[in-house]
Design a protein around this ligand. Sequence first.
Ligand code: FAD
Length: 425
Amino acid sequence: MIRVAVIGAGAGGLCALRHLCAKPATFDPVCFEQSGRVGGTWVYTDETGTDQYGMPIFSSMYQELLTNLPKESMAFPGFPFDKKLPSFIKSQDVLEYLEDYADHYDVIKKIKFYQYVQKVRPIDQEKVTVKWEVTYNDVRDTSQVSTEIFDGVIVCNGHYFVPLIPQIQGMDIFKGQIIHSHNYREPSPFEHQRVVCLGASSSGVDIAILLSKVANKVYLSHNKGTLKSQFPDNVELKAGIKCLKENSVVFQGGEEEEEIDSLILCTGYRFVFPFLSEDCKLDITDERVTPLYKHMIHTQFPSLSFIGICKVICPFPFFHMQVQLALAVLDGSVELPSKEDMDKDTEADFRKRLEQGLPWRHAHHMKEKQWDYNDELAAIVKSDPIPKSVSDLYNHVAVDRSSNILNYKKKNYVLTGPETFEEVQ
Ligand code: FAD
C-alpha cells in the first residue's frame, strides 16, 4: 500500500482523494484539512481577519459573486453540476457541488478535519525512494501535535489566500482605507464613496462593477492596455497607479484623482508553502515555483506533487488531469524522464514564455496553453482527454467576456455532445 498525504480539502484535494480512493488496493490516503469542512475557497464567510481559533480567514469569496466560467465547462469530468442551475452560478452552488462530489466518491472518511499541516520533511534521503514526515496540529488545541510517515505528498493548499501587495509610493501617507480584494465582502461600506480598484483581472473587474451600484465613482486602474468592453457610466478606466498622496491617487502619465476614499488592491495572490521544510528544496522567485516538471512534479522528489499551481485555467478539469499524473508517478505506472531531462523541459517551457514576451511572474499562466497541456497529460496517463465541447465553450466565453463584461453571465449554455455546445434561453 502506498500511503499518501493530501494537504487541503478544497477542489484539488477532493479530486486527489477521489482518484486515490478509486484504487483502494494501491493507495492509502489521508487528507489534512485545517478547517472543519470541504470546499476551500468556496466556503464563503462574512468574516475577515482571523477565525474563532485564531487562524487567518482562508476564503477570498465575496457576496454576489457569480462564477466567471459556465458550470458546463467548470465541472469535473464525469460529474456535472445540477442541470437546473443557470450557467453562471453562486459560490454557494459551487460549494454544494463540491460537497456532493465528496459524498458521491465517498472520500470524507479519509479527511482529518481541523488539522493544520505545519511541516513536511523528506526523510531517508539516502534510500532510492524518500519517505515523508508530515507533522500537523489540531487548530482547536494547538498542543495536540502528531507526526505520520507517508510515501507521497500531494499539496493542494490553494493559491488565492495570501495577498500579493504591491509597494506603491505614498501608501504610508494615504488617508483613505486600503484593502486587498481577499478582504472584500460586499459593496455597502463603499456607498457614496470614490473608490479606486487596482488590477483588471477577474476580481478587479467584477468588484468594480459591483461597487458601481453604490459608489459615486469607481476608477478601474490597470496596465492591461485597452479593455474592449463597455463598463457602467460611473466606472472610469485609468492607467496603473504611479503614487498615492494624502487624499488622491496619481496614475501613470500624471493624471490625478482627488478625494479618493478607498483603494482596493485586486492585485492577486502569492504562492506560499509554509509547511515545506528547507530540505524540500522548493524555490519561489517572483511567483515562479521550481523545480516542477509539468508545473507539478518535484523533479528531485517526484513523490511530492502540487495540484493547481497554474493560473488562468479551467480549474476542476485541469486538476482532474494533474491528479492522475501525480498518482501514476506514485504507483509507478508512468515512468518519468531523468531529473536532468525534466529540468530541461521545465526550463525550455519557461524560456519560451519569456521569448513570447510574457513576464517572469507568468511562469505558470496557462490560458490557451492549457488544452494542449491537458491533452499531453491525458496521453501520458492514458486517460480520456477533456472533451472539445468543454474547451470550446470555455474559449467562447473568454471572448464574450472580453467584449461583453456586463452581460456575459446572463447567458446559458448546454453541452450538446462531446464536441458541441449551444446557447439556450
Ligand atoms: P482551495 O479551494 O484554496 O483549497 C485549499 C484548501 O487547503 C483549503 O480548504 C485550506 O483550508 C486547506 N489548507 C491550506 N493550507 C493548509 C495546511 N497547512 N494544512 C491543512 N489544510 C490546509 N474557479 C472556477 O472554476 N470558476 C470560477 O468562477 C472561479 N472564481 C473564483 C473567484 C475567486 C474570488 C477566487 C479566489 C477563486 C476562483 N476560482 C474559480 C478558482 C478557485 O480557486 C478554484 O476553483 C479552486 O477552488 C481551487 O481549489 P484548491 O483546492 O486548489 O484550493
